[in-house]
Design a protein around this ligand. Structure first.
Ligand code: SF4
Length: 526
C-alpha cells in the first residue's frame, strides 16, 4: 500500500482509510494502478456535507397571545440549523429572552418547559442558528430591542475594530469570537432611527445579512441587500408572521402574503405591514436554497422547492440518453425530489434502496463533533438488499461538497450487492467557496472536492480564474477530465453533474436574479 507517501500533505483519518481499502480489494481487484492516487483523495476528504451551515428565523405580531406560534414557527426551521436556538418576546412590559444549545437536544424539548415564562406576549421572534447565540437584546438611544440574523459577515474583523476604535464594547462571546448578531445590534444603534440603523447594517456588511428586530411596538423585518436569503410574510385575522421559510405557515393558520424584496425593510404590527425602505432592483438569491437547503414544502419567490427539484431531475434524465438502469433512487432527503423528477421523465421506476432510520435519527440531529457527525451520517442510512442485489441504479444526490458522505454511501451500495452505480448530481461541481452564507465551517477553497481535484490535475494550488473557468464549462475537455477523475475516485460506474443552464431553468428565475457564485464565480460583491 502507498498510504505513507501521502500522509505528509493532509490529516490522516485512519478509519476512512481502512474503509476504502476494504471496498477497493473487494470490488476493484484489477485497479491496482489507481491505488496510490485514489488513496490520496480519500485521505484528504474527511469532511461531510453535514458541515453546510445556514440558519432560519420566525417572528409573529398578533392581537392575541402568540407564544405558541413563535415556538412552533421557529421549530419548523430546524432543518436550517443544529447548533443554537433562541426566542425573545415583548410581554407588554418587558423583554424576555431564552437561548439554548441544540448540541444535545432538539428545539422543542429545550424550550417547551419554559414557555410559561413568556406569559401572554403578543410579539416575539425566534431563531434556529448554526452559528452564534441569538437573539441579542440591547438598549440604545433607540430604546430596547432584540435582534436575530441569518448572516455571514465577511468583514467582521474590520467592523469590530471600527466599533472598538469608537469605544463601543462587546459583551457576548461566541466560541471566543465576536458575536456577529451583537455586532449587527450595535450597528443598528448607530442610526438616528431604526430605519437608518438597519440601512447602515445593509451598507456596511460584506457577505449577507437578513434580520428581524423586535421592539416594544413592532417587528422590523429586513432582507439582505441582494436578497441572498429569503424573508416571507404571512397573515391571519389576528396578525402577521415573517419567516425564513413559508413551510411554517399552513399548520399555524397563516396564509402567504408576499416575499420581501432585496434590501426591503418593513415594519410589522398586528394591524398591517408598512414599507420602511422599498426593495432595490438587483437581486441574487441563493440557488442552493432550491438545490439543498430548502424544505420540500417551502416556496421562495413563489417557486416551490420540491417542484424545482422535480424539474432539475427531469432535465438530467433528458440528457441521460446512454444509460440503461433498473430504477432511479435518491439519497435521502434532499436527493429524493430530484430522483422522482428523473424517474418520471425517464420512465424508470423510483425505488428506495436506502431508507433513513428516522425514529431515533431525525434529519436535524447533527452533533458538533466531526467524528460523531461522520458516524451519525453512516448510521442513519439503512441499505435494503432486496432492492440492491445485482441492480443497476441511477442515484441522485443534491451536490458534492467534500465527497465523504457520497463515498460512504457508494461503499454501502457495493457492500449490499449493487451491480452498477450511475451517480447524478443535481448541481454543477462546487468550485468557488461561498462568501455570502456560512456555507462551511472552513474558508479554504480546498475543502471543496472539485477544487482539490482541479488542484491535483493542474499540479498547483495557484489556480488562475482563466484555468478555473475552463473546468467550470461543462462542454470543455478539462471539465470532462475533472468529472472522470472524480468518478474513478468515488468508484462509480458513471458520474454526471447538472449543467448550470439546466439548473437555472429548473428553478425558473432569470439567471441575473440568482446567485450562482459557487459554480461560476459570477455574483455581485458590492
Ligand atoms: S455562493 Fe452558492 S451557497 Fe453561497 S449564496 Fe451563492 S449560490 Fe448560495
Amino acid at each position: 500500500m502507498h498510504s505513507f507517501q501521502i500522509t505528509y500533505r493532509i490529516r490522516p483519518f485512519f478509519p476512512t482509510t481502512i474503509f476504502y481499502q476494504k471496498i477497493h480489494s473487494r470490488h476493484f481487484p484489477a485497479r491496482k494502478s489507481q491505488e496510490k492516487k485514489i488513496h490520496f483523495y480519500i485521505f484528504a476528504d474527511i469532511f461531510t456535507k453535514t458541515n453546510i451551515y445556514m440558519s432560519g428565523f420566525f417572528g409573529c405580531v398578533s392581537r392575541n397571545e402568540c407564544v405558541n406560534e413563535v415556538f412552533y414557527g421557529t421549530d419548523y426551521h430546524s432543518h436550517l440549523g443544529t447548533k443554537r436556538a433562541g426566542m425573545a418576546f415583548y410581554t407588554g412590559k418587558k423583554f424576555v429572552r431564552s437561548i439554548h444549545s441544540l448540541e444535545n437536544g432538539y428545539f422543542r424539548n429545550k424550550f417547551e418547559d419554559e414557555l410559561p415564562k413568556f406569559g401572554e406576549a403578543n410579539m416575539g421572534i425566534g431563531i434556529i442558528s448554526d452559528c452564534e447565540s441569538q437573539p441579542i437584546t440591547i438598549t440604545s438611544h433607540l430604546g430596547r430591542y432584540a435582534v436575530v440574523t441569518v448572516a455571514r459577515i465577511d468583514n467582521i474583523e474590520e467592523l469590530t475594530q471600527e466599533l472598538l476604535n469608537d469605544r463601543h464594547h462587546f459583551a457576548e462571546l461566541s466560541d471566543s469570537t465576536i458575536n456577529a448578531t451583537e455586532l449587527v445590534a450595535i450597528l443598528i444603534g448607530l442610526g438616528n432611527t431604526l430605519k437608518e440603523g438597519i440601512e447602515l447594517v445593509q451598507k456596511k456588511v460584506k457577505g449577507s445579512c437578513s434580520m428581524l428586530v423586535l421592539t416594544d411596538h413592532a417587528i422590523y423585518a429586513a432582507r439582505d441587500k441582494f436578497g441572498r436569503t429569503p424573508i416571507v410574510i404571512g397573515k391571519n385575522d389576528k396578525g402577521y408572521v415573517c419567516a425564513s421559510e413559508s413551510s411554517s405557515f399552513d399548520n399555524l393558520g397563516y396564509s402567504h402574503v408576499r416575499d420581501l424584496g432585496p434590501g426591503e425593510i418593513v415594519q410589522m404590527t398586528a394591524d398591517g405591514i408598512r414599507v420602511v425602505t422599498p426593495p432595490q432592483e438587483r437581486m441574487q438569491m441563493c440557488s442552493f436554497l432550491w438545490v439543498y437547503y430548502g424544505y420540500p414544502s417551502a416556496n421562495y419567490e413563489g417557486i416551490n422547492v420540491e417542484d424545482s427539484r422535480y424539474r432539475s431531475g427531469a432535465a438530467m434524465a433528458r440528457r441521460d440518453v446512454d444509460v440503461e438502469a433498473d430504477f432511479a433512487a435518491g439519497i435521502p432527503d434532499s436527493g429524493v425530489g430530484h430522483a422522482v423528477g428523473y424517474s418520471n421523465e425517464k420512465g424508470v421506476p423510483y425505488k428506495r434502496p436506502f431508507v433513513k432510520y428516522t425514529p431515533t435519527w431525525p434529519r436535524s440531529f447533527m452533533p458538533q463533533n466531526q467524528k460523531m457527525r461522520d458516524l451519525v451520517a453512516k448510521m442513519k442510512l439503512l441499505p435494503n438488499e432486496q432492492f440492491t442485489r445485482d441492480q443497476k441504479i441511477v442515484f441522485m444526490d443534491d451536490s458534492i461538497v467534500r465527497g465523504t458522505q457520497l463515498k460512504d454511501n457508494v461503499v454501502k451500495l457495493y457492500d449490499s450487492g449493487v451491480k452498477e452505480v450511475h451517480m447524478r448530481i443535481a448541481c454543477p461541481p462546487l468550485v468557488f467557496p461561498c462568501p455570502f452564507l456560512n456555507f462551511s465551517s472552513s474558508r479554504s477553497s480546498f475543502d471543496l472536492y472539485a477544487r482539490r481535484i482541479i488542484r491535483d490535475l493542474e499540479g498547483t494550488e495557484n489556480l488562475s480564474e482563466e484555468v478555473l473557468q475552463e473546468y467550470v464549462n461543462p462542454d470543455s475537455e478539462k471539465h470532462k477530465e475533472m468529472v472522470d477523475t472524480m468518478r474513478k475516485h468515488l468508484q462509480l460506474t458513471t458520474l454526471k453533474f447538472q449543467r448550470l443552464d439546466d439548473l437555472v431553468d429548473a428553478i425558473g428565475l432569470p439567471k441575473c436574479k440568482l446567485c450562482t457564485h459557487c459554480w461560476d464565480n459570477s455574483s455581485y460583491m458590492e
